[in-house]
Design a protein around this ligand. Structure first.
Ligand code: ADP
Ligand code: MG
Length: 247
């Protein structure tokens, strides 16, 4: 990756994002130190996904500064391909290739974009499958796996690119409740292993347990932020309402 002057993997400085006339991020500032976990929570439409999409360059910003993995995304001519090698993103829908095995799904991207040998890519697949607890599923096809296992494969696929930073956008929202636990456990173990991450989640007890910083987004701004204790004593009616409806 490009060199960083400090240990923050991500820095938002008064970031503004507009879709036409609609201002979706209205001056957002926070940073993500290396090895830390930031959780974004908030009602639907508050700007959480947009913030994540800006981090890996899926969306350009219209104001402020955004530093990610030593790159200045607010400046022109950002190397988006290089950025996306450093930043993994996992969504609610995992979109595995149905006609490829788990191992093939995982090795595809490293082989194409990093031109790794088959043997090297396999080695990586073996390692990342172990990290998500699916070592025995390398030769399985997605349809032979549960939704939770498929989402863990999607996480492994992202890890295979050896990212500096992982983004998770409501990765358990499409899963049956009994399957969310295994996915959250996987993310928690990655966090414990020192992976830097930003996660958007509805699972507030999970956010409380895993995140170093929780950010409550409301109408495109950081409305409240703190550690897990902020749920016990919300300072604003908006967070109080959110907590009492969501927990
Ligand atoms: P959240 O993830 O918190 O639910 P989003 O970041 O998805 O919120 O959306 C924030 C706001 O931006 C919403 O009002 C949404 O309708 C709007 N929005 C998101 N994506 C687009 C887009 N591609 N074009 C126009 N408006 C968008
Ligand atoms: Mg969203």
């Amino acid at each position: 990756m490009a060199s960083t002057a400090n240990s923050n993997i991500v820095e938002f400085h008064n970031v503004r994002k507009l879709y036409g006339e609609l201002e979706v991020l209205k001056g957002v500032s926070f940073s993500v130190p290396k090895g830390s976990v930031v959780a974004l929570i908030g009602r639907s439409g508050s700007g959480k996904s947009t913030a994540l999409r800006c981090v890996n360059g899926l969306e350009a910003i219209q104001g402020g500064e955004l530093h990610v993995c030593g790159r200045r995304l607010h400046e022109p001519n950002v190397d988006l391909r290089a950025l996306r090698k450093d930043v993994g993103i996992v969504f609610q829908s995992y979109n595995l290739f149905p006609h490829k095995t788990v191992e093939e799904n995982i090795t595809l991207s490293p082989r194409l974009t990093k031109r790794l040998s088959k043997a090297h890519a396999r080695e990586i697949a073996e390692r990342v499958l172990a990290e998500v607890g699916l070592s025995d599923k390398a030769k399985s096809y997605p349809e032979q796996l549960s939704g939770g296992q498929q989402q863990r494969v999607a996480i492994a696929r992202s890890l295979a690119m050896e990212p500096e930073l992982m983004l998770f956008d409501e990765v358990t929202s499409a899963l049956d409740p009994e399957l969310t636990g295994e996915v959250l456990k996987t993310i928690e173990s990655l966090a414990k292993a020192g992976m830097t991450m930003i996660l958007v989640t509805h699972e507030m007890s999970f956010a409380k347990r895993v995140a170093n910083q929780i950010i409550f987004m409301h109408q495109g701004v950081i409305w409240e932020t703190g550690d897990g204790t902020m749920f016990d004593a919300p300072r604003t009616p908006e967070l109080r309402n959110f907590v009492s409806n969501g927990l």
